[in-house]
Design a protein around this ligand. Structure first.
Ligand code: NAD
Length: 429
């Protein structure tokens, strides 16, 4: 039997070199840069750098053989000044409180940049879901929910799927929360199955946003542009489909099992079927194999990192040949890599702009609920497109006016709007 991954570090013991700490350092660096440009004073800066609420919990898990293991879980609400918190829950062995805090902060700026009235949150459990049976996974999820229950809820903080979690996880969360409440509370999660409580248009929304942002960056001319995608999960796989639909040639895809390439264009649906059947893209018989590192360095028009943070580093950035990077993943590019790419003239559409589709469609669902009406999928898509394109254009304008990158501009706008909300509520005095 495989063993449950118990985190070897606690937040206090996490070294400055841990990936989570690096992610948080990057997030604080982006905030600092934006705060400098916005001329924010130290007290407001500190407020924005500090999560509003941060909960670390122990999650005991009874194993199939009767043993009891303990893993750590986290839920961080970074900022709720502009509205209730929203954010994914990830199950990953490397997850720690620093990583979750960094991701929650990114959610805050993302919602502000999109102009939607939510704050930023994130959650996580330091566990490898692939090492657990379905029943163990269910027990981990339900116990985690019981532990973070006091701070989540439809009006306070709504979890969504992220790395290592899916519709089924959301259904367990919704059910556990409802059992505790004593009545059904479908609004406690977004991204669950259509029944009970899930919304049909949410799946793929993040990837539709990736396509909209990519097309904007390509000046609306996607035909024949070659694309490589790192990560073939909930964001990467639908993004491949949508970009192919738009006329791009998706030539290479990677996941944790390996990478495949076909210069004449992959059959994305066939590859997805293969991946679902075999557990990954490795061994796909209608394409050639390449290494996961080589995928990032391919001579393509567009690179879409849609796996994990820190994929593009100062070291491998020098070998990136794509002219456009569209960040489907959260924080896939380190600040050092950002500098290298900017110097090389590579355009990077930052995560808080490129992968905002999911939270935007969550907001559109909430609007429909409030108005007791239902928009067609086409209407939802048109609104999503409008919001992402507006955010893109505003970001591009600020970037051009200030002579800064799209990432820096996106943070100036996002951080600026949250700072403004603090002032308007007189939270800062
Ligand atoms: P997922 O678990 O569904 O998919 C992750 C994919 O990355 C898998 O295909 C996995 O095999 C692959 N992967 C892992 N390590 C890899 C490596 N070293 N090289 C290549 N591939 C690797 O997760 P997801 O929900 O698709 O999330 C992916 C990223 O997008 C995360 O950064 C997440 O925070 C971000 N994101 C997700 C959503 C969403 O709606 N799911 C929304 C916004 C941002």
């Amino acid at each position: 039997m495989t063993t449950l991954t118990v985190p070897s570090t606690t937040p206090a013991a996490t070294t400055s070199a841990s990936p989570g700490r690096q992610a948080l350092d990057s997030a604080l660096f982006q905030l600092d840069q934006a705060a400098d440009r916005l001329d924010l004073d130290d007290s407001l800066r500190n407020m924005l750098a500090t999560p509003r609420r941060s909960l670390t919990v122990s999650v005991p898990v009874r194993r199939e053989d009767g043993r009891m293991d303990v893993v750590q879980g986290f839920r961080v609400q970074h900022n709720t000044t502009r509205g209730p918190a929203k954010g994914g829950i990830r199950f990953h062995p490397r997850t720690d409180v620093h990583e979750v805090t960094a991701l929650a902060m990114g959610m805050t700026w993302k919602c502000a940049l999109a102009g939607i009235p939510y704050g930023g949150a994130k959650g996580g459990v330091s566990v490898d879901p692939a090492s657990l049976s379905a029943r163990e996974l269910e027990r981990v999820t339900r116990r985690y929910v019981n532990e973070v229950l006091p701070i989540i809820g439809p009006e306070r903080d709504v979890p969504t799927p992220d790395v290592g979690t899916d519709e089924r996880t959301m259904a367990w969360i919704m059910d556990t929360y409802s059992v505790n409440a004593g009545y059904p509370v479908p609004g406690v999660t977004i991204g669950g199955p259509v029944t009970p409580g899930g919304a049909p248009d949410r799946a793929g929304a993040t990837s539709r946003g990736v396509r909209i942002a990519a097309l904007r960056a390509l000046d609306g001319s996607p035909e024949g542009r070659t694309v490589a995608i790192q990560g073939f999960g909930k964001v990467g796989a639908p993004a491949a489909r949508y970009l192919a639909d738009a006329g791009c040639l998706v030539v290479a895809v990677s996941d944790r099992t390996g990478a495949v390439i076909d210069r004449s264009g992959l059959d994305v649906d066939d590859l997805r079927a293969w991946s679902e059947e075999t557990g990954g893209v490795r061994g796909y018989h209608r394409a050639d194999a390449l290494s996961r590192e080589e995928l990032l360095e391919l001579d393509v028009d567009v690179l879409v990192p849609a796996a994990m943070e820190g994929a593009i580093t100062e070291e491998n950035a020098t070998r990136i040949r794509a002219g456009l990077v569209v960040e489907g993943a959260s924080s896939p590019t380190t600040p050092g890599a950002d500098r290298v790419l900017a110097d090389a003239g590579v355009t990077v559409v930052p995560d808080i702009l490129a992968n905002a589709g999911g939270v935007i469609v969550s907001y559109l669902e909430w609007l429909q609920d409030m108005q007791a009406r239902s928009w067609s999928a086409r209407e939802v898509d048109a609104r999503l497109r409008g919001i992402v394109e507006d955010a893109f254009d505003t970001t591009a304008t600020v970037a051009a006016e200030c002579g800064i990158t799209l990432r820096q501009a996106a943070h100036v706008i996002g951080v600026g709007r949250v700072a403004e909300a603090h002032r308007a509520r007189e939270l800062h005095s």
